[in-house]
Design a protein around this ligand. Structure first.
Ligand code: FES
Length: 76
């Protein structure tokens, strides 16, 4: 999947004209579940076929933010 900085944009929710970038921005603001995404952008409030794709994007962004910081001490 492309990140927020990518030049490409993909419509995830056709019914509400919501793109992957809009979903990523919402996730970066703290939206972490489909219910909140539906409330904020309207994703999956029409036919619902976008739900799994939208959830995948949320999961990807949330997993990226949940990465533990690895500390490697220097040998000096
Ligand atoms: S494509 Fe998202 S509700 Fe229909």
């Amino acid at each position: 999947m492309a990140d927020i900085q990518s030049d490409t944009t993909m419509y995830v929710c056709i019914c509400k004209s919501v793109t992957d970038k809009q979903i990523r921005r919402a996730a970066a603001r703290g939206v972490d579940n489909l219910y909140e995404l539906r409330e904020s952008l309207g994703v999956s409030s029409g036919c619902g076929t976008c739900a799994s794709s939208a959830q995948e994007i949320l999961d990807e962004v949330n997993a990226r933010h949940a990465q533990p910081i690895l500390y490697v001490p220097s040998s000096a």
